[in-house]
Design a protein around this ligand. Structure first.
Ligand code: F6P
Length: 483
């Protein structure tokens, strides 16, 4: 029986060693949830990096890691510290990540990073090939593995290969600045189906394929030698039931069992009447527009001083890629901005920005979502942005307002949000005021429409739509071969 192999940079597990004892936790991230049924189906397996470098696994314990992963239907690609520094922090996160998010000035094109990227993609290919049966289906995820489709195709033309990009695909004008653009494009073209979050990313990819490789395109089908490759959009959703259910559960929990933040909010009666909460949650990443957001909030307080003392920005920034200097710079800039604004405007009873630089347990996140009157999500560029959808899922009374950057892929679906240009502080400030003063009936009619869409197009539907489309490409190939 054929199986589906899922491949991503990280496996959906959290591993850690306590001396020589291995702790294994399953990850409940968006991708892990979306892939749940694909992974559980038959002999489905997941191939990726375990999260521990070879050097981090204690001597003689590698087989323990392998066995634990086997129990979770996972197979690891062993990565060394060198691989991590050059393939992951290097080419993936210092070249592709900034380039694909239009931060051209941040891109570092280093040959040593590129060589390592190729080498690690080959390591992935070897392990996939060793585990793939005749005619299996392969679903590869994200920008760390752009070369993998072609590496597999060369050795195993029998496989059906799908690839999904979780970040934006940039305009051809950006993509062509990469010294290894031809190789990257050829790498992706090894797939039968290329999936993106939005139609715009599909368009950019198709224009890149025609301009760089001179390929012929009809609608969304690219002719590449004897093969036809389909490029299509599949906007990723969330596990709506999990977030919505947790928010209902939250309301049932006694106040003293709630998070410290929530108890504080409730003991000061902060979320109501005279003090409103504006929520901001992201990884600490320069694509998320964190400094701009803080400055726009400061501008809002200057323009509408009646809100001083009455509104707080609760900002959760989750540490990410801390080895990369641009991320360290961003952290320093954010610390300074928050310090300056709080220092300038705070009173004994009021701090304008509550800033948390850490990750938070799921229940605490739900507390924050539930307590917030407005979610302010203003990335400079974002492939999708699932936080926006999570906020929507937790509004059990359909109140609350989402202020969302038009540069997030999610803006293409979430029309009833207040859409803003994150660089336009005037517009962000005015939208915040509008959100805080929006009559309940308008909040509810917007939120209900958003909830209907986000609950219908959830992550399960996203993965099944992709797999169905991949299956169709397989059927077409099989029929053509039969003729
Ligand atoms: O948004 C792209 C993405 O790769 C997500 O899939 C992932 O959750 C996030 O970036 C962080 O990735 P990492 O910490 O593995 O670099």
């Amino acid at each position: 029986m054929n199986k589906t192999i899922i491949i991503s940079n990280r496996l959906p597990v959290d591993l850690s060693f306590n001396d020589i004892t291995l702790n294994v936790k399953s990850s409940v991230g968006g991708l892990a949830t979306g892939m749940k049924s694909v992974h559980a189906d038959g002999n489905g397996i997941w191939i990726g990096w375990s999260g521990l470098t070879e050097e981090e696994i204690p001597a003689g314990r590698h087989h323990v890691v392998d066995e634990a992963l086997r129990g979770k239907k996972c197979i690891r690609v062993p990565l060394t510290q060198y691989d991590l520094d050059n393939y992951y922090y290097g080419f993936s996160n210092k070249a592709l990540w900034p380039l694909f998010h239009y931060f051209q000035a941040y891109t570092e094109f280093e040959l040593v990073h590129w060589e390592s990227y190729k080498e690690v993609n080959r390591k992935f290919a070897d392990i996939v090939i060793a585990n793939a049966g005749q005619g299996d289906t392969i679903w590869i995820h994200d920008y760390q593995l752009l070369l993998l489709p072609q590496l597999l195709r060369e050795k195993r033309p029998d496989l059906t290969i799908g690839f999904f990009l979780h970040i934006p695909f940039p305009s051809y004008e950006l993509f062509r600045t990469c010294p290894w653009r031809d190789e990257l494009l050829q790498g992706m073209l090894g797939a039968d189906l290329l999936g993106f979050h939005t139609y715009d990313y599909v368009r950019h990819f198709i224009s890149t394929a025609t301009r760089i490789a001179g390929l012929e395109v009809r609608f969304n089908e690219i002719t590449y030698g004897e093969r036809t490759i389909k490029a299509d959009f599949f906007p990723m959703g969330i596990d709506y039931g999990r977030y919505h259910g947790a928010a209902i559960e939250h309301e049932r929990r006694p106040v003293n069992s709630r998070s410290e933040i929530m108890q504080n909010i409730e003991s000061h009666n902060i979320s109501y009447a005279d003090s409103r909460l504006i929520l901001s949650i992201d990884r600490m990443d320069y694509t998320k527009g964190i400094p701009n957001r803080i400055k726009a909030f400061e501008y809002f307080l200057e323009k509408y001083p009646e809100y001083k003392g009455k509104v707080r920005l609760v900002m959760l920034s989750v540490p990410s890629r801390e080895n990369v200097s641009q991320y360290q710079k961003l952290k320093r800039e954010t610390d300074e901005l928050v310090g300056r604004i709080n220092g300038r405007l705070a009173t004994i009873n009021w701090t304008p920005i509550w800033y948390f630089y850490r990750s938070m347990p799921f229940d605490d996140l739900i507390d924050l979502y539930v307590a917030s009157d407005v979610a302010l999500i203003t990335p400079i560029r974002d492939g999708m942005n699932l936080v926006a959808k999570e906020y929507i899922a937790t509004r059990t009374k359909s109140d609350g307002v989402l202020v969302l950057s038009e540069m997030a892929g999610a803006a293409k679906e979430l029309h009833e949000a207040l859409l803003v240009n994150p660089n336009n502080f005037e517009q962000v400030a005015d939208s915040l005021k509008y959100a805080l003063e929006m009559p309940l009936a308008e909040q509810q009619s917007r939120m209900e429409a958003l909830q209907k869409r986000v609950s219908r197009y959830d992550v399960e539907r996203w993965s099944s739509a992709f797999i169905k489309s991949l299956q169709e490409t397989k059927d077409v190939v099989t029929q053509t071969q039969a003729v």
